[in-house]
Design a protein around this ligand. Structure first.
Ligand code: AMP
Ligand code: ZN
Length: 464
């Protein structure tokens, strides 16, 4: 598989350190608000990456953090602490807020058919690990204590800007823009590993440490969570492009200073989803969520399709017109896939040809739009039996995850069909033909429909 590696700025052949096993880390959400569909574009890309690796036969071990502390966009963030102000507004504790938005986040995962990572670790779980790592950095001379905080000394590294094309001047200007400068730092680019001097008056979560009561910097959580669960080496580290600097740059600095060797070989970043005002962002407030799209009558999977129609390394501009088009395409596509029967024989040659073509596109740095054209070619191919088409689509959908063979929406036709089946089942039960009644229940289940017998009669719903 070929992947664009931000570290080398090249599309490269992906080779994991251990044969057939991929260690993958993906930066998780800051849980002071709902995820917006921009965040979810990055998670859809990571889902496709994980599933493509699995499609290639790799075993993937994937870890994700939940940022429930250390919630700054940079050390120089001004304004309110986002978790605390969200908690205050809602008269809840910070951890209640974190729990609520973490659940909401994984609910969105479900709606968008994004696989949950194998390990999900909230940042507040590993405070002792952060303290240990910081102690080692101090011992090795990569960190210093100043003005109540512990800082990472970026001047101790040969190449701090390894991820960012060495545009040192530009990056430093970027850091300075519109933020307070911190006179405790030895170098402008240094960053906080542990705060005891909070710039926020009522910081709710604080822990004892050798440097006093305080809380960790933002970047340390990802380094520690990743090392704890994946060991000293990680194959792929992902996030949105805004994570490249300072977050991932600082993760590399502190992890490699701690370990004394290269840490991660491949860095994969998803370009932004923009709206007409630029990057969609949580702090802007009026952003779009999956629930909002649903309230407006859209199927969340239409948004997934919209993301797959473009390349993850290109910016994507969101508009309702684009989403309408994706929704139309999705409906038409499902009409065609759901009408396929099990008729005919499975043509193994054709199955392999199409599967290889589909995989070839995915393996070209996740070219999902070309992979989708293979799906349409399968549907159009007059020589293929329905069974071959259906088997191919089932296989493709293990990566695309568009529920192409599952009934997920109710229309009049489906309603009439289910009502008819329920009547048949009642008739069967009346005649004590329980075998037939069970058979009908199973038939419906195969079509993603669940029936329940209640005192008021039989009810039904789609299984999700
Ligand atoms: P956050 O919850 O802000 O820490 O962001 C979670 C993930 O979403 C990170 O990987 C970000 O890089 C990514 N992200 C943030 N905004 C966007 C956007 N507009 N488009 C795509 N990804 C984004
Ligand atoms: Zn991270």
């Amino acid at each position: 598989m070929k992947l664009y590696n931000t570290l080398t700025r090249k599309v490269e052949e992906f080779v994991p350190r251990e044969k057939n096993v991929v260690r993958m880390y993906t930066c998780g959400p800051t849980v002071y608000h709902y995820a917006h569909i921009g965040n979810l574009r990055s998670y859809i890309m990571e889902d496709i990456l994980e599933k493509t690796l699995m499609y290639n036969g790799y075993k993937v071990k994937r870890v994700m953090n939940i940022t429930d502390v250390g919630h700054l966009s940079s050390d120089s963030d001004t304004g309110d602490d986002k978790m605390v102000s969200s908690a205050k507004k809602q008269h809840k504790t910070v951890l209640d807020i974190a729990k609520f938005y973490t659940e909401a986040f994984f609910n969105d995962f479900k709606k968008l058919n994004i696989k949950k990572p194998d390990i999900i670790e909230p940042a507040t779980n590993l405070i002792d690990d952060y303290i240990n790592l910081i102690k080692v950095l101090l011992e090795k001379g990569f960190a210093y204590f100043s003005g109540g905080n512990v800082y990472f000394d970026t001047s101790k590294l040969e190449d701090y800007y390894v991820l960012t094309n060495h545009k040192e001047d530009e990056m430093v200007v970027g850091v300075r823009q519109g933020v307070e400068s911190d006179s405790n730092k030895k170098n402008q680019a240094d960053f906080v590993l542990w705060f005891t001097k909070s710039k926020f008056e009522d910081q709710e979560l604080k822990w004892e440490s050798p440097w006093g009561l305080g809380y960790p910097g933002w970047h340390i959580e990802c380094s520690c969570i990743c090392m704890k669960h994946l060991g000293e080496y990680v194959d792929i580290h992902c996030g949105g492009v805004d994570n490249i600097f300072p977050h991932h740059t600082n993760e590399i600095a502190q992890s490699e200073a701690y370990l004394g060797h290269k840490w991660c070989n491949y860095w994969v970043h998803c370009e932004h989803l923009n709206d007409k005002n630029g990057k969609m962002s949580k702090s802007k407030g009026d952003f779009l969520t999956v629930s909002l799209l649903e309230e407006k009558g859209y199927n969340p999977l239409s948004y997934r399709l919209m993301c797959l129609q473009s390349h993850y390394r290109k910016q994507l501009v969101f508009s309702f017109e684009n989403l309408d088009n994706a929704e139309q395409s999705y409906k038409k596509l499902k009409q065609r896939t759901l009408s396929l029967t099990d008729n005919g024989v499975l043509d193994e040659n054709e199955f392999n040809n199409y599967k290889n073509l589909f995989l070839k596109f995915l393996n070209e740095d996740m070219n999902t739009s070309s992979a989708l054209t293979v799906l349409y070619d399968v549907l159009k191919d007059g020589k293929l039996s329905d069974l071959t088409k259906k088997t191919l689509i089932k296989s493709f959908d293990s990566v695309l995850s568009l529920d192409l063979l599952t009934q997920t929406t109710v229309d009049k036709e489906l309603e009439a069909y289910v009502e008819e089946k329920i009547k048949e089942r009642q008739e069967a039960k009346k005649n004590k033909n329980y075998e037939l009644a069970d058979q009908i229940r199973n038939e419906l289940k195969e079509k993603n429909i669940e029936i329940k017998d209640t005192r008021e009669g039989t009810t039904w719903s789609l299984i999700k």
